[in-house]
Ligand binder design. Structure first.
Ligand code: GLN
Length: 452
């Protein structure tokens, strides 16, 4: 049924870069066989899922939205993908994204944008716009994304779906094509908080193949969401972050946020205002740290090891092959980030830019620590504006970067954060963000589920 739905809606939505009908039907048949044989099955066995094209899938095309990886078929599965398969989920295909996860609209995909099912003239968010649009278009009930600065939560917000960024290190990065290694976090997307918690449980947990993976047990996320769903938040302190409440937000977004806060208060939660004075510098710090790490990570795309190779039409030096390949294979936003990052890391500028940004990152983490002394979770709108029309923010990178104004702080800190639908502004979905302390992913699900 989901493959039929994909066939019917893809011409207008374009959420997928690759639909793996054959693989999906084979995986579904295997679940049927195991069920008939009476073999034990996990709670999500047989449920279809779509996977962001940033994750490697053995033998199945994986591009990370880039021309430089067109036609690449990886020889291995990412840990997240392997866990989906082991749990019996049925992978429908790979979803569209901004090239190498850099962007907030999918307009930087090398293979054309995804359209928002709510309004086909508008963006579905990014970078994981395909994973979010697939849910909103009922092409898949679950999907996987990756969140470096907001790429799960912002697409969730603008498509009226749920997206969670787990604690950094709570989900394995093995096989997630690296953008910014100290920030990249695989995570679950769903249409409800309960579904999202169930998917999160399948993909989370320690992985010895990722040196930053946390060797600790995953808390009971499904139980936490179920408790929240009962609608009792008495004793929960919600920290309203002064620096993220309304600043730069469209009036409709600010109004929907206030309504959601009122709802949570009626469920017994107490609202305390907290101040995080360094959040103001989160966006500039992120746009030094992320490009710096990306300039190093993307050095591997050199025309020798993977995908595209340009300059095969004559006798050329190695350096010429590399620069012709990168010239042809990378899009404009990726080139911008590689140049920014290379500059910020160069000797003479390192301390002034990269070093300074790392210090700001520490100050932001301290702001979180202080705020969590006064509140159990922090709350804000997910993004300052609703889905915007195509082309509105592509001419000015800074306007695009503003989409992640409210999501970036928790990436720099490392704690979990989720976006839940909370009403409409001008007929378009608005997201509500719940941020929790590192490793308290269960607390985030508890509060988020109460909003549904
Ligand atoms: N939009 C942000 C960026 O362009 C975040 C991307 C992400 O989370 N992958 O870097």
């Amino acid at each position: 049924a989901h493959l039929d739905r994909i066939a019917a809606t893809e011409p207008s939505v374009h959420a997928f870069l690759h639909v793996d009908a054959e693989g999906a039907l084979a995986a579904a048949a295997e679940v049927d066989r195991a069920r008939a044989a009476g073999e034990p099955l996990g709670p999500l066995a047989g449920v279809p899922v779509a996977v962001k094209d940033a994750f490697t899938t053995r033998g199945v095309p994986t591009t990370s939205g880039s021309r430089i990886l067109a036609d690449w078929r990886p020889p291995y599965d990412a840990t997240v993908v392997a866990r989906l398969r082991d749990a019996g989920l049925v992978i429908l295909g790979k979803t569209n994204m901004d090239e190498f996860a850099m962007g907030s609209s999918t307009e930087y995909s090398a293979f054309g944008p995804t359209r928002n099912p709510w309004d086909l003239a508008r963006i579905p968010g990014g970078s994981g716009g395909g994973s979010a649009a697939a849910l909103a278009a009922y092409q898949a009930p679950l999907s996987i994304g990756s969140d470096t600065g907001g790429s799960i939560r912002q697409p969730g917000a603008v498509t009226g779906t749920v997206g969670a960024k787990p604690t950094y290190g709570g989900t394995s990065r093995y096989g997630l094509i690296a953008f910014s290694s100290s920030l990249d976090t695989p995570g679950p997307c769903g249409r409800t908080v309960a579904d999202t918690a169930a998917l999160h449980t399948v993909i989370a947990g320690h992985d010895p193949r990722d040196s930053t993976s946390i060797p600790q047990q995953v808390p009971d996320l499904v139980g936490a969401a179920a408790r929240g769903g009962e609608g009792d938040l008495s004793g929960v302190r919600l920290g309203l972050v002064r620096e993220l409440s309304g600043q730069g937000a469209e009036p409709g977004v600010a109004a929907a946020f206030r309504d959601a806060v009122t709802t949570l208060t009626k469920l017994g939660a107490e609202v305390v205002e907290v101040s995080c004075p360094h959040f103001e510098y989160a966006l500039p710090a992120y746009y030094l740290i992320a490009p710096s790490e990306c300039s190093s990570n993307l050095a591997r795309f050199d025309g020798v090891r993977y995908g595209l190779r340009a300059g095969d039409d004559g006798v050329r030096s190695l350096e010429e092959v590399m620069s012709l390949t990168r010239e042809a294979g990378f899009g404009p936003e990726v080139k911008r980030r590689v140049m920014l990052g290379t500059y910020a890391l160069s000797s003479g500028y390192y301390d002034a830019y990269y070093g300074q940004a790392q210090k700001v990152r520490t100050l932001i983490s301290r702001d979180f620590a202080a705020a969590f002394e006064q509140a159990d979770v922090l709350i804000s709108p997910t993004t300052p504006f609703v889905a915007f029309p195509f082309g509105q923010r592509t001419d000015d990178p800074y306007q695009m970067y503003l989409a992640d104004l409210y999501t970036i702080p928790s990436n720099l800190y490392g704690g979990p954060a989720i976006s839940v639908p909370s009403g409409l502004a001008d007929g378009l979905p608005v997201g509500f963000q719940v941020m929790a302390p590192t490793l308290a992913d269960d607390r985030m699900y508890h509060v988020a589920a109460a909003l549904e």
